[in-house]
Design a protein. Structure first.
Ligand code: C2E
Ligand code: MG
Ligand code: MG
Length: 565
């Protein structure tokens, strides 16, 4: 039978009816394209999935432009042009379409050119979604992430109430296994873990392998074990048993992130994001454990992302919203102003004034502390220069983050700042938070030496909060130790801590450093803590951090500190 002739004798409706019949027995979508008249005929099933208006499309080009991913469009039209011009008789391409929700879908489109008796050319073929085809992962035998997305989308849309839980499991040290033991060992571990998971859950429960070393369990099976902790523990025990049985040839542990409710109204992408967050929480908490998705923590995380975005925007708008405040530092026992600590503030329309305890870590994580740190340094130095005209021995303290020390050329910045602004190096004090890195990082020790050689004073900040270690003082060649407010608060409350502070101050003095006590708020606090003989005091009692103009009015031109004791 001459198919082409038969096609010529059929009406468009009849051809449509034929492809509709074939369509019933396939996951692919069938189409016929009349290359001579730019008419496109598709099945109803295709209309359900992709944004096409009817099964017969008279003006095919603009319709295709709407569903073909924009950057793939030129190469697709070029291929179809070749079919129309007779340069080729087969169309076979993998490219992207957009579904009704505007999401990209990888497809495999194949067609054969058929010439009709009246000279019309048809392209007859089918479109297959690649994601639906890629059903199984060769290593674990499980279905892959694309398949999870299809299935999850359907379950979340049609019967979200049937989901008991979704559990995302990750190997804690997979990268290390691949690097140290080789890819083969990595594949074996994946296979073992897949087996442990499958052996634990009800056999009707869906298990997928996501990218890299992660797995997803989707339990919608009535009567299955919905105690997620028990499920996780069992998988974990099976893994430990496997590791033992194989004589520790490859040691690994697993973490899991679980979501148990709130499925209504979500989609597969969202579930991937939420379970990834929960899994990361489990890893952050120390790995080898399970974390339940916590909406509050997630919202907090989203807020921090938002703050980061807003700060980045403000930095690019010439540091709009950022401001440097100054808090007085007073000498004892005469209570004379010796300088100020520069403290960064950030305000935005959406969140108002955000605490440095919140925004400083975000600046550090994102590296944005580097440009912002420069901004603070320059502002502080310029202000210091101005105030030294009123009080020639005035000092300004600037906080430094370890990120600035690690990831920027701090010495160069400080030198350039001193030179550009025109202040003596000795009027600047850099504050560094004490923490373990000082001990271990030789580069930082070198940096301190260089700063010291340039006559820049260093203060060890937050003393008493973390690794309080007298050795640092020598190592960083600090001149001052700043005792943190939390430590002072403890000392005000109990004799034990009071005695510790007293002894620390004695010891610091005997080593030749001076002490600045932070966080004195009340007169009685001052009276009590003065007995421990600090050299300087910084606290609300003498003044809260304030904008430069206010500081100048109040502390440099106005008020003289009186001995309140
Ligand atoms: P820090 O360097 O230890 O600064 C002292 C903090 O204690 C300041 O908080 C100050 O306002 C507060 N404080 C001072 N006296 C009192 C008091 O009597 N009572 C109470 N309740 N608090 C007092 P602030 O300004 O919120 O800054 C918090 C931290 O943020 C700073 O602690 C510092 O680690 C960081 N930070 C602030 N500005 C910068 C900056 O420009 N760069 C970097 N890297 N960190 C900064
Ligand atoms: Mg400080
Ligand atoms: Mg401090």
């Amino acid at each position: 039978m001459d198919y082409i002739e038969a096609l010529q004798d059929m009406s468009v409706e009849e051809i449509g009816a034929v492809i509709e019949v074939i369509q019933k027995s396939s996951d692919s979508y069938f189409y016929i394209m009349d290359l001579s008249t730019d008419t496109y005929m598709v099945t109803n099933k295709m209309l359900e999935r992709f944004p096409l208006e009817s099964t017969v499309i008279q003006n095919a080009t603009p319709a295709l432009q709407k569903i073909i991913y924009h950057s793939d469009y030129p190469k697709v039209t070029e291929d179809i042009r070749k079919c129309a011009s007779g340069e080729q008789v087969v169309h076979s391409m993998e490219y992207r379409w957009l579904d009704k929700d505007g999401r990209t879908v990888w497809i495999d489109c194949r067609g054969t050119v058929i010439r009709g008796t009246d000279g019309h050319k048809f392209l007859v073929g089918r479109v297959t979604e690649l994601g639906k085809e890629a059903k199984a992962d060769n290593i674990t035998g499980l279905r892959k992430e694309v398949r999870f997305q299809y299935d999850a989308e359907e379950i979340l849309r049609d019967r979200p109430e049937s989901i008991h839980y979704m559990m995302r499991i990750g190997i804690d040290n997979f990268k290390e296994i691949n690097e140290k033991e080789g890819i083969e060992a990595g594949d074996t571990v994946l296979r073992e873990l897949a087996d442990c998971i499958v052996a634990t859950v009800d056999q009707r429960v869906d298990v997928y392998r996501l990218m890299a070393d992660e797995f997803m369990i989707v339990d919608t099976v009535p009567g299955s074990n919905t105690d997620v902790r028990a499920v996780y523990d069992e998988i974990k025990n099976k893994v430990a048993e496997t590791v033992r049985r194989k004589e520790y040839s490859c040691f690994y542990t697993i973490s899991a992130g679980v979501i148990k409710d709130g499925f209504e109204g979500t989609g597969a992408e969202e579930i991937l994001r939420l379970t990834e967050f929960a899994l990361n929480e489990a890893k952050r908490n120390g790995r080898n454990q399970m974390a339940l998705f916590n909406r509050e923590a997630y919202n907090d995380y989203l807020k921090r992302l938002d703050i980061r975005k807003l700060m980045r925007r403000d930095i690019n708008r010439n540091f709009r919203g950022f401001q440097v405040f100054f808090q007085p530092i007073v000498s004892t026992p005469e209570y004379k102003l010796v300088g100020a600590e520069a403290l960064l503030r950030w305000n935005c329309e959406k969140y108002g004034s955000v605490s440095p305890a919140v925004f400083i870590p975000i600046l550090e994580e994102s590296g944005l502390i580097i440009p912002v740190g420069r901004y603070v340094l320059w502002q502080a130095a310029a202000t210091c220069k101005k105030w030294r005209e009123i009080q020639p021995d005035f000092h300004v303290n600037v906080n430094l983050s370890y990120v600035q020390m690690h990831k920027s050329d701090l010495i160069e910045d400080v030198e350039r700042c001193i030179e550009e602004v025109g202040i003596p190096a000795g009027s600047l004090v850099l504050e560094l938070t004490e923490s373990g890195y000082i001990e271990t990082d030789n580069r930082i020790k070198e940096l301190f030496k260089d700063l010291k050689a340039k006559d820049i004073d260093l203060a060890l900040d937050d003393f008493g909060t973390g690794y309080s270690n007298m050795r640092y003082l020598k190592e960083i060649e600090a001149t001052t130790v700043k005792i943190d407010r939390s430590f002072v608060v403890q000392a005000l409350k109990n004799d034990h801590d009071y005695n510790i502070i007293s002894h620390i101050i004695e010891m610091v003095h005997s080593l030749g450093f001076s002490v600045c006590m932070e966080g004195i708020e009340e007169e009685e606090e001052l009276a009590k803590m003065m007995r421990t003989k600090p050299d300087m005091i910084q606290g609300y009692y003498f003044g809260k951090p304030s904008p430069a103009e206010q500081f100048e009015e109040r502390f440099l031109k106005g008020e003289i500190f009186k001995n309140p004791v």
